[in-house]
Design a protein around this ligand. Sequence first.
Ligand SMILES: *Cc1c(COP(=O)(O)O)cnc(C)c1O
Length: 431
Amino acid sequence: MTSESFSPEKACAIKLDSVDTLKKFRQRFFIPEKTIYLNGNSLGLMSRNSEASIQRVMEEWKSMGIKGWLDAKQPWFYFAETLGQMAAELVGAESNEVVATGSTTVNLHALVSTFFKSHSDQNQILADELNFPSDIYALKGQLKLKGLDPSRHLILVKSPDGKNLREADIISQMTDRIGLILLSSVLFRSGQLLDMPLLTHEAHKRGIPIGFDCSHSVGAIPHYFDRWDIDFAVWCSYKYMNGGPGSPAFLYVNQRHFQEEPLLAGWFGSAKEKQFDFSLDFLSSSSASGWQISSPVILGAAAIKGALDIMSEAGILNIRHKSLRLTEYLIYLVDYILKDSPYSFKVGTPRNPRFRGGHIALEREHQAVGIYKALKSRNIIVDFRPPMTLRIAPVALYNTFQEVWETVLQIKEIIDKREQESFSGIPDLIS
Ligand SMILES: *Cc1c(COP(=O)(O)O)cnc(C)c1O
């Protein structure tokens, strides 16, 4: 079915679900009771595989104690690298170019401390004004650590409309003063997917290293880091990867940089065979693993293991295919049912599927918070980003086309009954 053959009746949603080749995976997840959960871009749901994997680690801890580091089914000492190897398939990397460790922001600090050399004539970092604030805090901190002033040395590409970026604007600011570029793969508000291969090509033409924060894309879309030749990447595991709240994040380092020095060094980055020599001279493992700092969080790693098993069984290309069908269908329904007054919703996400991540930003100038809260009171979980954006993420592994249909119809009903007027004020802290 192409978007021309969508229709607004429920029968269409039922038909789409019936031909969905990934539908069996929904049963592998714990869906909160009587809930339509469309928030997997903020926190992916727990799977039975993750539960079983966590339970196994708990049993191993009980029965083995310290022996679990080497004797567990998934030896804890190598768990970070094992997960890196599994995730490498998702991002188009060699198995030793990816490792599960730390958190996104810490990994960003670790990699920027290596990749931003700040030569006297190349001492600016290029990023964009729509990036996730934590990344910007990290970049500012890194500049200050080098004695540089963020107000002069952090160059933020401006968005023409406050929602999306133009690649041409980014490229035009890749001047010979720039020593490092950091961008998001998918913008967290609008859901725009940047053209990573093009931006990497342009950066390298100018000799500038470039890294991406892929927190909003890994697990939703395929990546080809090696083919694109990007220098480094970071991403979290708890959004589309379903790795669990606060579980370890990931980092990627292109193998041509394995000899670079990890400056936020820690003992878990050591060459494995030397780690327990306790030498005071750090010997990096000379792979992505070298940028680890500390002991891996094994219970979180276990959760990720279960989630990655499902993902590799489903196949990232199939996941992307279904995700695009879901978001295409959502856009269709919003245009058909919610565009005109009094509904007045606009789609803030690029309509070209090449430039769309896994979620859709729906914008409404008035009372968007009230609608978000009314949805929540009806057990439909989306999220709200001020001042006027509802983010809706129909996730390929566990959402259905009928849930998308139901959500749009409920938004219509909320507005028909003016329910949003009884919900006002500030949104909840975390949504
Ligand atoms: C979710 C997200 C993070 C999360 O950072 P943590 O340090 O892992 O909490 C960072 N950057 C971006 C772009 C994100 O979307």
